[in-house]
Ligand binder design. Sequence first.
Ligand SMILES: *[C@@H]1O[C@H](CO)[C@@H](O)[C@H](O)[C@H]1NC(C)=O
Ligand SMILES: *[C@@H]1O[C@H](CO)[C@@H](O)[C@H](O)[C@H]1NC(C)=O
Ligand SMILES: *[C@@H]1O[C@H](CO)[C@@H](O)[C@H](O)[C@H]1NC(C)=O
Ligand SMILES: *[C@@H]1O[C@H](CO)[C@@H](O)[C@H](O)[C@H]1NC(C)=O
Ligand SMILES: *[C@@H]1O[C@H](CO)[C@@H](O)[C@H](O)[C@H]1NC(C)=O
Ligand SMILES: *[C@@H]1O[C@H](CO)[C@@H](O)[C@H](O)[C@H]1NC(C)=O
Ligand SMILES: *[C@@H]1O[C@H](CO)[C@@H](O)[C@H](O)[C@H]1NC(C)=O
Length: 365
Amino acid sequence: MLFTTPYLTQAVLSLILSATATHAFAYKRQATTCNGHAELCDRSFGNVTFVGTHDSYAVGTNNLAANQDYNVTQQLKDGVRMLQMQAHNQSGVIQLCHTSCALLNGGTLEDYLDSVKTWMDANPNDVVSLLIVNSDDIPPSEYDTVFKTVGLDTMAYVPSNASIPASAWPTLGSLISSGKRLVAFLTTEADYTTVPYLIDEFTNIWETAFDVTDTTFDCNVNRTNGDTSTQMYLINHFLDQLIAGFPAPDPEQANVTNAVSGVGSLGQQVQTCAAQYDKNPNFMLVDFYEYGGGSVFEVAATANGVTYNPSTPIASPGGTSNPGSTGVTSSNTSGAISDLRVSHSQAGGFFAVLGGVMAGVWSVI
Ligand SMILES: *[C@@H]1O[C@H](CO)[C@@H](O)[C@H](O)[C@H]1NC(C)=O
Ligand SMILES: *[C@@H]1O[C@H](CO)[C@@H](O)[C@H](O)[C@H]1NC(C)=O
Ligand SMILES: *[C@@H]1O[C@H](CO)[C@@H](O)[C@H](O)[C@H]1NC(C)=O
Ligand SMILES: *[C@@H]1O[C@H](CO)[C@@H](O)[C@H](O)[C@H]1NC(C)=O
Ligand SMILES: *[C@@H]1O[C@H](CO)[C@@H](O)[C@H](O)[C@H]1NC(C)=O
Ligand SMILES: *[C@@H]1O[C@H](CO)[C@@H](O)[C@H](O)[C@H]1NC(C)=O
Ligand SMILES: *[C@@H]1O[C@H](CO)[C@@H](O)[C@H](O)[C@H]1NC(C)=O
């Protein structure tokens, strides 16, 4: 019926041809906006500054071990593009916990990655990095199982070598048009021969000191396993306070710590590091990212030579989902702490309980 006249045949043919052409074009299409800016499309991944959330899953207005006020979906919506997390083995399940799962349990890696996948599917022009702190040295194959369940394995970029210099990374545009726009780093156990998309962190990235409690935020190399002159680098820009001798996140200083300028600010550390190494940091990990009203994103935009101009305002400092919840709201006499917000005056009691949970460092990056 459709093919009864030459005219229709031609029409159908031209439809088929144009669909094919569109398909070919779409396949090779170069993204025109990359991570929100056209200017970033031609920029190597290794030459872009990204805001990252330290302990991105450690969300809560009710827990002293919380580093963030908003969940990963909100973080991504607001502009965070590196998500750092601590993975733990809880009875064979990979769970995101802060130091100890009794202290702060942010749920399973699978649920977390589901949120990341959902956001990435809805935002096809963004490159997102993960930094997985492999606290219990879980083998890559176990992560691979979770990535496959979630469907993120097929979105993960596979580098041409286990470690590549900053200058050898593809552009954001090519990561986006190839569909491989998830860049996943693992701190330990990475094995290029078995799971090549779980990229070894310290042969590719060096880091400044973490858990610092003074506002100097120097730019010296703290951890690496490679040639720092060619690696990308990450600054740990979150200020801890010492409570009963333990470093703990300090939300009260967060707007100063996250600021564009001033003593102890993110902007100041970027300037210090850029002067020292002649290039900006690639990743900047922060706590309570929304404090400063977008200042952390402004710092990144300035480093990237673009303008920070969000279309909608970012989340309000401190979180709105659970306002007014200060003070101890629950405790567990067996020593597990699940949902506490502890004011400074109550912190002594918190750490007395904590002492029963663990002996050792409080916050391991
Ligand atoms: C994440 O937080 C937003 C509000 O910032 C909320 O609307 C959304 O339901 C949360 N998602 C999950 C999975 O909790
Ligand atoms: C994870 O923990 C379970 C027991 O809870 C143990 O059997 C398994 O060997 C652990 N896996 C790793 C990789 O350590
Ligand atoms: C990866 O890089 C190392 C160090 O530069 C080099 O020795 C090795 O040949 C490279 N491997 C591949 C597969 O390119
Ligand atoms: C790295 O940072 C940690 C924590 O701030 C510190 O204890 C350690 O001494 C530093 N190591 C080096 C080599 O700078
Ligand atoms: C941080 O917040 C406090 C209290 O709201 C305010 O007084 C101060 O000016 C803020 N500092 C910066 C750098 O935004
Ligand atoms: C990117 O390259 C420019 C030009 O060399 C440099 O100024 C900037 O610091 C680089 N940024 C990063 C994150 O490497
Ligand atoms: C207290 O913590 C223990 C150990 O984690 C757990 O088995 C128990 O259910 C918790 N009780 C309450 C009331 O949360």
